[in-house]
Design a protein around this ligand. Structure first.
Ligand code: GDP
Ligand code: GDP
Length: 434
């Protein structure tokens, strides 16, 4: 397990800005108005070769509505597992009542805290930071998250304060010893029905369900025992929780999706059929596709559509997600359960295709036949082919000269069709002989 560095502070002090600065653009939302509540964001960060998790708690609202209380509770949870807390304060504003409450809480929580004075954009502002000593959590460390001033020094300091690396590595090895279980990520825009589907899958399978705690409370995977073997649904904490903190934003679902795809062997891309294929669906699909993860497309809420609407969605799918090739498409209703029974078999198939290993002889037979049917231009030829790797199937082609991309695509399709690889991504490596 990587050590986690948790950023806390009242809204608008610059938490997201700092997070973005540290991990460079891969990340969270910077909002102008204060108090924009949001879910917690965790990202992988690295400084001078040391990996750690960076967590933005999404604000710490001490007083106010019930929603605020929930956000505060989230922050508290995050802090419990933290290796280090960065307590961010806006130096241009100085100490506020809220800062005082947060500081008090941090002192009582007994976690290592580094007080960070943000928005110190130039040295003229540096004298202001000594006010912050009154928070009683140590010397303030001046930075400008926006301009990057002092952030490198801050990270040096963070490394100093993290637990020694040896301990962390031992924990890593232990974790990796368990059996390999197929990972499935359920992705889609907010409200397309991810939670509904997930809960139905758990129910339908009547399976043993165990939670696999990840690094924090919020990244819990669920293992479901199915006939096809155990399947791990990735990052399911939010899906099982009944009342979510607040509406997911598109941005967060994208972020979460990308994170879970990293750990997945197959992605289930949910689309709300009643809304058709939206631009956001397209973007998400592109990202999943780029990750090399096989994709199953689920057109959800199918029961709400009449015949004409159904045709329209199918047409949109062809037009807007054509780059997914022949990914399996299932029409389902997560709510009523209709069509959901086809999901597990489809998943097993996708997983199987991904791990396919084809004997060299058969690979060569297919390539030979393909070349007989259609020769490559200008005397190009594949001399020999072999499957070098699985997950995903990776073929190495040894050729006499360079082959045009269109011809390689042709060969890829021949391999795909001959070996029933469906929508599994295939990699081709081309080596020139001589
Ligand atoms: P959060 O609510 O704590 O996550 O705060 P944000 O990261 O959303 O930042 C709130 C506002 O402060 C944004 O308008 C940022 O551009 C601004 N901000 C963040 N860091 C700095 C900084 O170092 N200097 C200045 N001048 N503004 C900053
Ligand atoms: P998530 O944000 O993707 O997790 O979406 P939810 O699972 O929370 O579902 C959002 C809304 O869509 C809820 O009101 C669900 O009851 C509803 N919903 C989900 N699946 C279906 C479906 O197949 N048919 C219909 N009619 N509603 C659905």
């Amino acid at each position: 397990m990587k050590p986690s560095v948790v950023i806390v502070g009242r809204p608008n002090v610059g938490k997201s800005t700092l997070l973005n600065r540290i991990v460079q653009k891969r990340v969270s939302i910077v909002e102008e108005q204060p108090g924009v509540t949001r879910d917690r964001v965790e990202v992988d960060a690295n400084w001078l070769g040391r990996d750690f998790l960076l967590v933005d708690t999404g604000g710490w609202l001490v007083k106010g509505s019930e929603l605020d209380a929930k956000v505060s509770r989230q922050s508290e949870e995050a802090i419990k597992g933290a290796s280090l807390v960065l307590f961010l304060v806006d130096a241009t504003v100085g100490v506020t009542d809220e800062d005082i409450s947060v500081g008090r809480w941090l002192r009582s929580a007994g976690v290592p805290v580094l007080l960070v004075a943000n928005k110190v954009d130039d040295s003229a502002h540096e004298s202001q930071i000594w006010d912050l000593l009154s928070l009683g959590v140590g010397d303030p460390f001046p930075i400008s998250a926006l301009h990057g001033r002092g952030t490198g020094d801050l990270l040096d300091e963070v490394l100093e304060l993290l637990p020694p690396e040896e301990d962390v590595e031992v924990a890593d090895e232990e974790e990796e010893e368990g059996p390999r279980v197929m990972g499935v990520a359920i992705v889609g825009r907010p409200n397309v029905g991810k939670s509904t589907l997930f809960n139905r899958l758990i129910g339908e399978e009547r399976a043993v369900v165990h939670d696999m705690p990840g690094t924090t409370r919020d990244s819990v995977d669920t293992i479901v025992e199915t006939e096809a073997g155990p399947i791990r649904f990735i990052d399911t904490a939010g899906m099982r929780r009944k009342a979510r903190i607040d509406e997911d934003t598109e941005y967060f679902s994208m972020l979460r999706a990308l994170r879970s795809i990293d750990k997945a062997d197959v992605a289930l891309l949910l689309i709300d059929s009643t809304e058709g294929v939206t631009h956001q669906d397209q973007r998400l699909a592109e990202r999943v596709d780029a990750s090399g993860c096989p994709i199953l497309i689920l057109l959800n809420k199918w029961e709400l559509l009449d015949a004409e609407q159904r045709r329209d969605v199918e047409y949109q799918l062809e037009r807007k997600l054509h780059f997914l090739g022949d990914a399996t498409v299932l029409k389902v209703s997560a709510l009523t359960g209709k069509g959901v029974q086809r999901l597990m078999p489809a998943l097993s198939e996708a997983i199987e295709a991904y791990g396919t290993r084809i004997p060299t002889q058969r690979v060569n037979a297919v390539i030979r036949a393909a070349q007989q049917a259609h020769q490559a231009p200008r005397g190009g030829r594949v001399l020999y082919a072999t499957q070098g790797a699985t997950d995903p199937p990776t073929f190495t082609l040894f050729t006499n000269k360079e082959l045009p991309a269109s011809y390689l695509r042709y060969l890829e399709n021949q391999l795909r069709d001959s070996f029933d690889l469906g929508s599994t991504p295939i990699k081709l490596r081309v080596r020139r002989r001589g």
